[in-house]
Every structure is written in C-alpha cells, then in structure tokens.
Design a protein. Sequence first.
Length: 200
Amino acid sequence: MPVNDRRSRGCLALLALGASATVVAGNFDYQVNAGAAHSDNIARVETAKTEEDEFRKIYGLDVVTIPTNRPSNRTDSEDVVYKTMDAKFRGIATEILRLYSKQQPVLVGTRSIEMTEKVVYGDVWERPGLSKRDRSLITVAALIAMYRGDQLTGHIERALANGVTREEIGELITHLAFYAGWPTAMTAGRIAKKVFDEAK
C-alpha cells in the first residue's frame, strides 16, 4: 500500500483512530466505532474478506485485512435457524421492529434484491397499522430527508400508485426543505418532476 497515496494516508489515519479497515487494491472501506460506515468503491468491511475468492477470481484483486488497534467490542450471537423462508422473513421483520422500538439502528443486508423486497413489501408494507398510502408518504419523506435519490424515483412512482397525489408530494418536498435542508429538497423536486413528466 503506497503511503503517498491520498486514500492510503486516509486509511492509515483511520487506523490510528482505532477504526477497522479492509484494503483492496488501493481502495479501502472502513467502519468507525461499529456505527457509522463509510465506503469508497468497494463492498462493506464485513463483505470484502468473506468474498475474498470472488474478488480474486472476478477482479484479480487481493484482499488484505488490517486489524484494529483495539479489541472488538462486538458480540457474535448464535445463528437463528428457521424451518421455512416465510418464518425467516417474519422473524427478521419482528427483530427489526424490536430493535427499532429501542431506537437502535439496524443494518439489514441480503444476497438478493428479491429477498429484500419479500421482507419489506411482503411483510412490512402489508402490516395493518398503516395504509399503503401513508407508508408511501412516510417512505418518500424518509428517503428525501436521508438524501437517497437513487431509491426516491421508485418510491415516488409507488406513492402515486398508492393514491398519493402530485400536489401532496410537492407539499411534502416543500415542508422538508425547512427540516431536511434546501439542497435536499431541490434534488427531490428534480426527481419528482422527472417522475411526473414520465408519467404523463
């Protein structure tokens, strides 16, 4: 790893701060304090080492793990095994809701988009506590506030299909300009306009 490279210096600085890092061909991915994750052109820290063979075969890249300068405070729990996929997805959704009720952040990853959609749209969106229309408004607001433009297009389309009007989406974006920031709202407005124009 050349130390004069900007990314390498950043990686070394993170290691000095106690972060864990995985270096892959000059690019790095790191996670600080087991909470905030940052990425630079590579999979998450947990994935790079476990997918080392894939990186080598497909991309011709080696994965080098640089250990932290402090012991990990993570607790590895036993695996939970479910008899059916349906039970597994319901168990995941239940666990997410349990942790959410404690205001504990949760990172959920799956091997496929289909599995994510089955959990989110097959269980969470079907819960009787909120209508799909209300869930669409909440989801669009959350995506705008978190500046997730890549997912916003599909959810604005879904919101329109679930009965949310263009005017309501416009009001939502205006409202969030004062709570999530003007640049965030401007980006959301451009995305919404594109969706509206394509739906004509």
